[in-house]
Design a protein around this ligand. Structure first.
Ligand code: UT7
Length: 326
């Protein structure tokens, strides 16, 4: 039992924030951001646009493209670290907005690898006889959690959404050839939004101390990201019993071009097999991989039967890699 990918779609907000715009907000420069991260610009949601809105725009575009009736969807798996509300789930807002009346719907909180965690969960759901269609979303409105006074983080993130519509299939045995998902909660303080949850509810004090925003120890996160993704990818390659030279496309989480480059070198992959679009969107967390996949499909880069290896790392820490045959 496996699944078909009926379609992948993405949406990014219209508003573009360039590095030059950021030069007017914090003490930074286009040169520093470009050299240290590879980012040139990112998208920012409108004031009244939420995470479920971004995902709904991506999904409705897909339904129109492939003439799909959303009332057929059995389950919605929604990966986000920036939910519309803490209660109720963003998946439920999304379900209502796309008219997926029949679907049960839930959020997963796994930060940047959320789409990969979600893919593994969706694969499990689709092994059951009575679930035929799963809609997987990865969407974020990180601009609301970013501290626009903190130059070490505000230049990195962007908003966006991606969705994948999956259908149960018996046509071939395995879509996911191998996977590796991991977490290490001992390191969670290195990348965290301290206030806003039960541990430290929103308060004037939390706001004054700017604890309601993302805090990151960049250098430590960088080192862990490279190491954990490298180990994770190597595990996936080993389990699939393939050589890294057999991989057709490597689609890494887009957090920093230097992380991608370090990984590429350690894994011995040629540049033309690694998909990079960080220059346009920055780090969109759980949306980063589906946005990249949609661009690759639009550019007719990925072909049926090819081996596509995706990897990601984020807050938690969480990480993961999945190898699929397209
Ligand atoms: O998706 C979740 C995973 N997230 C990541 O993977 C992010 C991982 N970390 C990174 O990408 C990098 O660590 C950063 C891009 C965040 C920072 O790059 P870095 O090369 O590690 O810089 P750094 O933190 O070592 O800072 C170097 C210098 C510092 O100045 P001093 O102390 O040397 O005087 C910073 O204050 O750069 C300064 N700096 C900046 N300068 C201009 C930090 N941010 C900026 C900025 N503009 N925006």
């Amino acid at each position: 039992m496996s699944f078909e990918i009926l379609g992948i779609s993405s949406y990014v907000p219209k508003k573009v924030l360039t590095n030059y715009d950021l030069e007017r907000i914090v003490d930074t420069s286009d040169q520093w951001i470009t050299e240290r991260t590879g980012i040139k610009e990112r998208r920012i949601a409108d004031e009244n646009e939420t995470t479920s809105d971004l995902a709904a725009k991506a999904a409705l575009k897909l339904f129109e493209e492939i003439s799909f009736n959303p009332s057929k969807i059995d389950a919605i798996v929604f990966a986000t670290a920036t939910p519309d509300n803490l209660i109720a789930s963003t998946a439920c807002s999304f379900q209502a907005k796309i008219g997926a009346r029949k679907a049960f719907a839930f959020d997963i909180s796994a930060a940047c690898p959320g789409f990969l965690y979600g893919l593994k969960i969706a694969d499990g759901l689709l092994r059951s006889d009575d679930i035929e269609y799963v809609l997987l979303a990865g969407a974020e409105t990180l601009s609301r959690y970013v501290d626009w006074l903190d130059r070490t983080t505000c230049v990195l993130f962007g908003d966006g959404a991606g969705v994948a519509l999956l259908k149960r299939s018996t046509s071939f045995n395995k879509r996911i050839l191998s996977w590796n998902l991991g977490a290490d909660g001992n390191l969670r303080d290195l990348l965290i939004m301290p206030a806003g949850g039960i541990a430290m509810p929103f308060s004037k004090n939390a706001l004054d101390k700017r604890l309601c925003y993302i805090k990151m120890k960049g250098r430590e996160v960088f080192k862990n990201a490279v190491l954990k993704m490298q180990n994770s990818v190597e595990d996936v390659i080993r389990k699939a019993k393939i050589k890294s030279s057999e991989i057709d496309w490597f689609v890494p989480h887009q957090a920093n071009i230097r992380i991608i480059e370090a990984l590429r070198e350690r894994l011995g992959l040629p540049k033309d097999k690694v998909y990079v679009n960080i220059n346009k969107y920055g780090n969109t967390s759980a949306a980063s991989i589906p946005i990249a996949l949609r661009e690759m499909l639009d550019r007719k880069l990925v072909k049926k039967g090819q081996l596509v290896l995706m990897t990601s790392f984020g807050a938690g820490f969480t990480w993961g890699s999945i190898l699929i045959r397209w």
